[in-house]
Design a binder for this molecule. Structure first.
Ligand code: BTN
Length: 257
């Protein structure tokens, strides 16, 4: 039998590694629209991205060859558009479970889908769904994780890497395989209808969950406590016994205050 560290059924079984590309999300989007059908679970990994994209139109910078920058194709046609945040939950949990044995419980998921260690960002994801009516036809799951990068530019003072935390280099392919295997496991849970399990586990891994912290919304700073995440992914924060829901653009987490 082949010694395959990708032990799942489909995520990572078709893996393409590129030396250089603008963005693995763009690459996957292009091959989806231009070529014959692309199998579910296909992974495009890049050593270098020269136009990596982050959340909210930000750029994603990553030192060539040092980190994980990859995109996974999923076809969650079983998921209603209204439930698309469940995919974000499943993918975040897959990344979390892959890294947790290495990094321990200082690892958290910062709503909606950043991977944090302590108060620093280890990575994030850009999920782009292609919709058809009320269904998600395909989802491009772009993931960037800082693994072996030691120095970050001044503008990225909140970034950290596995190497900065553990002072050790890690094998990128090994971590990639663990992530693929764990994402597949959560994805199959979703597919099997175990939505409550996925939602509850996500909450239990959430950064600042049930802690009194400082936030900023609509130009005003306030103390509040994250009490939940709505089905559709909105964050629920309690302040002075009043719960308000926020989308990503509406609320800022204020660290060190
Ligand atoms: C974030 O802003 O936190 C999301 C970062 C997502 C970066 C990854 S790297 C692989 C994939 N390709 C991209 O252009 N972006 C995502």
């Amino acid at each position: 039998m082949q010694n395959n560290i990708f032990s799942g059924l489909f995520v990572g079984q078709n893996l393409l590694t590129l030396k250089e590309v603008d963005s693995t999300n763009n690459f996957l989007k292009n091959i989806l629209s231009n070529s014959k059908p692309v199998p579910e679970g296909t992974v495009i990994m890049a050593e270098t991205q020269f136009a990596g994209r982050g959340q909210q139109n930000n750029q994603w910078h990553s030192e060539p060859g040092k980190n994980l920058t990859f995109s996974i194709l999923l076809k969650p046609t079983f998921l209603a558009v209204a439930d698309q945040f469940d995919l974000t939950r499943a993918v975040s949990l897959g990344v979390y479970d892959a890294l947790c044995p290495i990094l321990g419980d200082q690892l958290k998921i910062k709503w909606p889908n950043d991977i944090y260690y302590g108060d620093k960002k280890l990575g994030g994801m850009l999920i782009e769904n292609l919709l058809q009516g009320q269904q998600i036809k395909s989802a491009i799951i772009g993931i960037g994780l800082n693994i072996n990068q030691e120095i970050f530019p001044d503008g990225a003072s909140n970034a950290t890497s596995v190497k900065q935390i553990l002072q050790k280099d890690y094998d990128l392919r090994f971590i990639l395989a663990e992530i693929c295997n764990n994402i597949e496991a959560y994805y199959l849970n979703l597919k099997a209808g175990k939505i409550d399990f996925v939602r509850n586990t996500y909450l239990n891994r959430l950064y600042w969950f049930k802690q009194n912290k400082r936030f900023k919304a609509a130009g005003t700073e306030f103390n509040g406590t994250i009490t939940g995440v709505k089905e559709n992914g909105l964050l629920v924060v309690d302040s002075n016994n009043k719960e308000t829901t926020y989308n990503l653009k509406e609320i800022e987490f204020l660290n060190n205050k």
